[in-house]
Design a protein around this ligand. Structure first.
Ligand code: GDD
Ligand code: MN
Length: 363
């Protein structure tokens, strides 16, 4: 068994893999290492390339996942596929400076840190030519994530070395979705982690495309909520609730338009309710359940079950709020409790009836 496994998540990185393997070979000479490239199936030939390299060089391994996606889960499964005492995670697109790897490993070995992070935001580091809006988002996210881990300059880094005993200690508490595996591990350690950082200059991506999209940003917020609120509620609930809040806007907007036009309140209210439920359904399908989105004919069935579940939710809301109000609770507590219980009802019933499956989803 090698001492050091470099786990590399790769999705559509055919153009970067050969240069990456050469760079690792150069940077890690003299060390006892292997690399595990976790390729999610995209039929673009990345896995064939990695497997061909693995047939020439026993230090190269390919972990090929079918029907799965997600940077964080790729890193976790790659790390679990190794038995080495020290693990690194780095991107396949050559943005992370591989020449830092021996220093990260050395810091973990000699200073006993659980995680040694390669940081862009400490003296000597830089984001290179990262687009300025990305720097802005990255800094904002770093500020937010201080809730979970103080004292790191770059908690959003995707480049680090971790001790396997530490991973084993936290792996069952990980959120495991989205992009932020480092933040996830640190939050899961609940303060029991020793950290160290070393600076590096991030390079810009020359080939292929970044996979950071809206869903990744949403997952970031879910990750924070997941760790802040423990596992009382699935992270997905908070996205569902956020979508519900936009539904209030849709409802009021349609109500206003219809009522101004027709003057008939009851009809306007009915149409507004229908519009809000419909927009909630499509937003939830795109965002909250973006990873198991319904499509084609399944949309019709899904939409009808969503109407049914939310209709019952509305009745529960009315009945409960009315009962609390009659029992002399202040009107706003009665109203809020009704709405909250209905939101939970809607969430759990649509999770199984509309998007059929677990609230945890497919990682
Ligand atoms: N297997 C697999 N599956 N790999 C993935 C997936 C996936 O679903 N999504 C992305 N990757 C791989 C990419 O192929 C790349 O090697 C790496 O994960 C990072 O993806 P990018 O799309 O290049 O992300 P980025 O450059 O915007 O952000 C990266 O760098 C930041 C700075 O260190 C990420 O590592 C961020 O987490 C990090 O903050
Ligand atoms: Mn990148």
């Amino acid at each position: 068994m090698p001492e050091f496994s470099v786990v590399v998540p790769a999705y559509r990185e055919r153009e970067n893999v050969p240069a990456l393997l050469r760079a690792l070979d150069r940077a890690l000479s003299g060390l006892d290492w292997e690399t595990i490239i976790v390729v999610d199936d995209a039929l673009d030939g990345t896995e064939e390339l990695v497997r061909a390299a693995a047939q020439q060089d026993r230090r190269v391994r390919c972990l090929h996942r079918i029907g799965r996606q997600g940077l964080a889960s790729a890193c976790i499964e790659g790390m679990l596929a190794s038995s080495a005492p020290y693990l690194a995670v780095m991107d396949a697109d050559l943005q992370h400076d591989e020449t830092l790897l021996p220093k990260l490993l050395d810091a973990a070995r000699s200073h006993g840190a659980d995680i040694v992070v390669a940081s862009r935001y400490m003296p000597g580091g830089s984001t290179g030519e990262l687009a300025s809006d990305r720097v802005w988002i990255s800094r904002l996210a770093s500020t937010l994530s201080r809730v979970l881990c103080q004292g790191l300059t770059d908690p959003m880094s995707g480049f680090f070395v971790v001790r396997r005993t530490f991973l084993e200690r936290v792996v069952r508490r990980l959120y495991g979705r989205g992009f932020k595996i480092l933040l996830d591990m640190i939050a899961a350690a609940r303060g029991e982690v020793s950290l160290q950082e070393l600076p590096y200059r991030m390079r810009s991506r020359e080939r292929g495309e970044s996979k950071l999209g809206a869903r990744v940003v949403a997952e970031f917020f879910m990750l924070i909520l997941y760790h802040v609120f423990g596992r009382m509620l699935p992270g997905r609930f908070f996205l569902f609730a956020a979508v519900g809040t936009t539904g209030i806007g849709v409802h009021l907007g349609v109500l206003w338009l219809m009522f101004a036009g027709s003057g008939n309140f009851l009809v306007s209210q009915a149409v507004a309710t229908w519009a809000a439920m419909t927009s909630n359904f499509f937003l939830n399908n795109a965002v909250t359940y973006g990873d198991q989105r319904l499509s084609g004919r399944k949309i019709v069935r899904g939409l009808l079950s969503f109407y049914a579940a939310c209709g019952i939710g509305a009745l529960i809301n009315l009945a409960l709020a009315d009962w609390l109000f009659i029992n002399s609770l202040p009107y706003w507590i009665a109203g809020l409790t009704g709405a909250l219980v209905a939101a939970l009802w809607n969430f759990f019933t649509t999770a199984s009836f509309t998007w059929g499956g677990s609230t945890a989803g497919k990682r």
